[in-house]
Design a protein around this ligand. Structure first.
Ligand code: NAD
Length: 298
């Protein structure tokens, strides 16, 4: 059993912290949202009055925050945790942020003798609830091994992509591919529907054919084809359009820096950004299905 501090109890962090409690760990949590703290309390977590309290006696501090500036603010800001963390604590940031920020955070914590790994996740809210996430880690091998004590209670796969920041690079590669699959699957389904096909039947055909992919398997974007997914819940719960647009922006920044050619990633970034600007930023990313609704013939 470990003593764990957990920061960021949103769609992902809430169920992840609850799974740590189920795994027998002592978990102290912090979030800016009172509602999120109440849910965590009900799941058996202790609630900290302020963020620095989560570091007290912690073997691990885990964060699951939206974006770079939240992570930098929590660890490195004026009241940053780098001032209260102990040298025996391993910091695990599971947020999806830029590799540069992850490396900067790792380097700054290392100056105070504190170990850090980036460990962004794949598997969505379903995976967070079921405890079947995939952790994509960057950092020293020994630190990743040590992290398994807690990661194994929240997920079923732990990969080490390389040194600090490498987990974030692998994660944005995955999410760029996911956005292309989601947009492409949405287009294909809408084309079939426009020609009178039943989306359930078309989904089953493509699942057993060469168009098979993760979105058809577990996250169909067409309402009422699949139970328990955001598309069948008015695109609520899940992975926000705003967050997908953020990840695609990170992928394009990384491509520019390295000279990699990512035309499909650039297309999906523009699709997701304009969908967010049309007011859909707080919907699940599978709502891109509605963006490609066929035009009515005049
Ligand atoms: P979310 O918006 O649901 O939750 C973020 C939480 O962080 C909120 O509860 C918010 O109140 C809290 N927060 C923000 N600033 C804070 C601060 N300074 N101190 C304490 N708490 C703070 O986001 P999410 O969907 O849980 O995603 C979190 C991260 O995981 C993101 O980086 C996202 O890209 C990544 N991710 C999400 C999914 C998904 O399916 N939702 C999947 C994989 C990865």
């Amino acid at each position: 059993m470990a003593t764990v501090g957990f920061i960021g109890l949103g769609n992902m962090g809430g169920p992840m912290a609850a799974n740590l409690v189920k795994g027998g760990h002592k978990v102290t949590v912090f979030d800016l949202s009172e509602a999120a703290l109440e849910q965590a309390r009900a799941a058996g977590c202790s609630v900290a009055g302020e963020v620095s309290e989560v570091t007290q006696g912690a073997d691990f501090v885990i964060s699951m925050l939206p974006a770079d500036h939240h992570v930098e603010g929590v660890y490195l800001g004026d009241k940053g945790l780098h001032k209260t963390l102990s040298k025996t604590t391993l910091v695990i940031d599971c947020s999806t942020i830029s590799a540069e920020t992850a490396r900067k955070l790792g380097a700054e914590l290392q100056q105070s003798g504190i170990e850090f790994i980036d460990a962004p996740v794949s598997g969505g809210v379903g995976g967070a609830k079921a405890g079947t996430l995939t952790f994509i880690c960057g950092g020293a091998e020994s630190a990743v091994e040590r992290a398994r004590t807690v990661l194994n209670d929240m997920g079923k796969n732990v990969f080490r992509a390389g040194d600090a920041g490498a987990g974030q690079v692998a994660k944005i590669c995955n999410n760029m591919l996911l956005s292309v699959l989601m947009a492409g699957t949405s287009e294909a389904l809408q084309l079939g529907i426009a020609h009178g096909l039943d989306p359930k039947v078309l989904s089953e055909i493509m699942l057993q054919s060469s168009g098979r992919n993760w979105t058809l398997e577990v996250y169909n974007p067409c309402p009422d084809v699949m139970e328990g997914v955001p598309s069948s819940n008015d695109y609520q719960g899940g992975f926000l359009v705003d967050l997908m647009a953020k990840d695609l922006g990170l992928a394009q920044q990384a491509a520019l820096r390295s000279g990699a050619s990512t035309p499909m990633g650039s297309l999906t970034l523009n699709l997701y950004r304009s969908w967010a600007q049309l007011g859909h930023g707080r919907e699940d990313f599978s709502s891109i299905f509605k963006y490609v609704t066929p035009q009515t013939k005049k």
